[in-house]
Design a binder for this molecule. Structure first.
Ligand code: EPZ
Length: 417
């Protein structure tokens, strides 16, 4: 099992190039199943979840070649519609192949994703919405067995709760349904906008008709395309917080600052100096960090995927803060580890009270989920001495070359077996 050794404390200085978005790439890769033409994708991040999704597509019959920073997907011989547990269990986004397989074949057998450290991760909203398109399904031995004997039929669907995955699954499926579909109460994360751009470039007919409502006119076929995936806004937010927490000075490049306006505004409120350019944000961390209360929310609110990282920063604030986690039911797994480093965080349900004026002490740590793992690195970067972070495969699921990027800006960090 690999570990990361981090020798703190030092200020991060320099430039970091942000990779392609994991959470835009996953639905776009699933959506390639709609096509039986060649698709070339650029800027997919080299992270474990993308490798797992590519393995899942290969298990469904897609031919995949990777050349330089391009992934060529050829589905001319793709015909299997069974997505196995061993590929879906480690990556919940595997459920996103259900939509395209139903759209293309009218039937699919996909493993239920199963829970994970941050919650049970149900898919009831996906399934209820599919039944509105004429899908009959049953759950059998941990698999969703779904059929639409007469093909998918367009319909009006209102999501009972904002769900990123359900919105993505239904947009993809409805793109090939007979007739028109209106989806309302949609999630509007930038990754979903990127998926819609990709589908429309392939020849689908999808239009946002209001903030959270989308109209989809079903099509029968799509064309060969080349597409470059958007930047990873969570990776960008993570490195912005790394600069703030180490009183560093970082230029975060290959991004669109407008997309992370909420995060930038919050970091300004906390006391960081921020200079935005066309595709870059420079952040200069302030010695004095102001406390702040935060609630996670669907986009454009504060992202749950930056909650753990922000908690580390608020430990360094001048007074206590409260973070309320309103998206997932169990996303405070990092609190125990941070308290072992000297933090004083008390959780009560979905609220965490974070005492300020903390100096983290180095420790031997255990990563639990992707974003909790990176929050341990942020704390370790400010702790004087050597910290060791175990189970870093969680990190490798979603951060490309993380120790290389940190090392390039002055962090003393190395991966050991
Ligand atoms: C996506 O997960 C992201 N994953 C998550 O990022 C992100 O935290 C989440 O959206 C919220 O922004 C990908 O894009 C691959 P949801 P998803 O459906 O689609 C409940 C990361 O670190 N729910 O918006 O699974 C659900 O349990 C990952 O990159 C139902 O109850 O999130 C959660 O409490 C972690 N029934 C809430 O809704 C359903 O059918 C939001 O989930 C679906 C979801």
């Amino acid at each position: 099992m690999q570990k990361l050794k981090v020798f703190g404390a030092n200020k991060l200085k320099g430039q970091i190039k942000i990779s392609g978005s994991k959470n835009a790439s996953l639905p776009i890769l699933a959506a390639t199943l709609l096509s039986n033409k060649k698709i070339i994708l650029k800027n997919l991040p080299k992270v474990l979840d993308i490798k797992t999704m590519l393995d899942l597509l290969k298990s469904l019959g897609s031919k995949i070649k990777i050349k330089n920073n391009q992934t060529i997907i050829d589905n001319t011989k793709q015909k299997n519609f069974f997505a196995s547990y061993n590929l879906v269990k480690t990556m919940r986004a595997g459920i996103l192949v259900l939509g395209p397989l139903l759209a293309k074949y009218g039937s699919a057998k996909v493993s239920l994703p199963g829970g994970c450290a941050i919650g049970t991760r149900p898919v009831d909203i996906h399934l209820k919405a599919f039944s509105r398109l004429g899908v009959k399904y049953k759950i059998d031995h941990g698999y969703v067995i779904a059929n639409a004997p007469n093909g998918l039929k367009g319909n009006k669907i209102r999501f009972s709760k904002i769900s990123v995955g359900a919105t993505e699954n239904l947009i993809i499926a409805a793109s090939f349904a007979k007739g028109n579909t209106i989806l309302s109460n949609c999630a509007i994360e930038p990754e979903i906008k990127d998926l819609v751009k990709f589908l429309n470039k392939m020849g689908c007919k999808i239009k946002w008709i209001s903030k959270r409502t989308i109209k989809i006119i079903g099509v029968k076929d799509v064309k060969e395309i080349f597409y470059s995936v958007m930047f990873d806004r969570i990776e960008a937010g993570t490195y912005l917080i790394a600069a703030a927490v180490t009183e560093g000075n970082l230029k975060i490049q290959n991004i669109i600052p407008e997309v992370i306006k909420t995060e930038i505004d919050i970091l300004k409120k906390i006391g960081s100096k921020i200079i935005t350019k066309k595709n870059e944000v420079q952040i200069i961390g302030n010695k004095k960090i102001k406390n702040l209360n935060i609630r996670t929310a669907p986009y454009p609110g504060f992202p749950t995927d930056l909650q753990a990282q922000m908690m580390v920063l608020l430990c360094k604030a001048n007074k206590s803060s409260i973070i309320q986690e309103d998206i997932f039911e169990n996303r405070f797994m990092h609190v125990g580890e941070l308290n072992r480093m000297g933090a004083k965080i008390i959780t009560n349900g979905n609220k965490a009270i974070i005492n300020g004026n903390i100096n983290f002490a180095p420790a031997e740590l255990m990563a639990t989920d992707l974003r909790a793992s990176v929050s341990l690195i942020l704390a370790a970067l400010t702790a004087k001495g050597k910290s060791v972070i175990n189970r870093i495969y969680h990190l490798d699921r979603g951060y490309e070359n993380i120790e290389k990027k940190f090392k390039k800006v002055g962090a003393k960090i190395k991966r050991v077996n």
